[in-house]
Design a protein around this ligand. Structure first.
Ligand code: PGA
Length: 249
């Protein structure tokens, strides 16, 4: 399987900045044939990214969408809108949305379900805070987030789903987890998926996120427990992000 690399641009890069990014990023496209790369721009930037990437090996996705099909939800984006723009995946339950938008595990389960229902891949994001790890609660917290996040999937015959393990204290801080601890958590996530899903748990890729850089990326992706990375800060610079991907292929 090709390594998975997802760039989460968060609330960075305007449409004009994205055009400049893409010109530099796509200058040497060979590397994209050997990795499964997806860019997740802010919603208003998706059409620009889609236009530039259509026909290339690089995909694009959404950072978030609402679970309702449509309606009076000012400021929200629907799954159908993302699907219509050609998005292949949607981040569900990123820790910043859990914190700033007060998303609950029940909300996130609906987003995961609706992403699949719209033919896109949900990337269920889970991870403990610093305080939870300090109190050695990380396993309990992550097991609970995984169990609840996949709660509504029994009707789906095949699960094109990713799980991203992102310790909250490692996101945007430059602090990274020991690769062995990330691997241990990925194994715990796998065994939780096996318990709660009737079939298909073994084919769900588990990826790592949290201060991943071109220098440390290879230590996280072992081709066994961890199949790829979710990258924030290092995905904003086209040269650095290209280098990061090149480390894995
Ligand atoms: P970071 O963000 O790479 O800047 O730590 C990762 C993420 O939030 O997905």
């Amino acid at each position: 399987m090709k390594p998975i690399v997802i760039g989460n641009w968060k609330m960075h890069l305007t449409p004009s900045e994205a055009r400049v990014f893409l010109r530099d990023f796509m200058a040497n496209p060979e590397v994209f044939e050997r990795a499964d790369v997806t860019l997740c721009p802010a919603a208003p930037v998706i059409p620009v990214v889609a236009d530039a990437l259509r026909g290339t090996a690089v995909h694009w996705g959404g950072q978030n969408a609402h679970w309702e099909a449509q309606g009076a939800f000012t400021g929200e984006t629907s799954m159908a809108m993302l699907a219509d723009l050609g998005c292949t995946l949607v981040l569900c339950g990123h820790s910043e949305r859990r914190r700033f938008a007060h998303e609950t595990d029940a909300d996130i389960a609906r987003k995961v379900e609706q992403t699949l229902a719209h033919g896109m891949i949900p990337v269920l994001c889970v991870g403990e805070t610093y305080e939870q790890r300090r109190q050695q609660q990380q396993d309990v917290v992550v097991i609970e987030q995984v169990r609840k996040g996949v709660n509504l999937l029994s009707a789906f015959p095949s699960l094109a789903l990713y799980v991203a393990y992102e310790p909250v204290w490692a996101i945007g801080t430059g602090q990274t987890i020991e690769p062995a601890d990330a691997t241990a958590m990925a194994r715990l996530i796998r065994s939780t998926l096996r318990e709660v899903l009737p079939t298909g748990a073994d084919s769900i890729p588990i990826i790592y996120g949290g201060s991943v850089t071109p220098l440390n990326v290879s230590s996280f992706v072992d081709g066994d427990a961890i199949s790829g990375v979710l990258v924030g800060g290092s995905s904003l610079n086209p040269v650095a992000f290209h280098q990061l991907i090149a480390q894995l292929v």
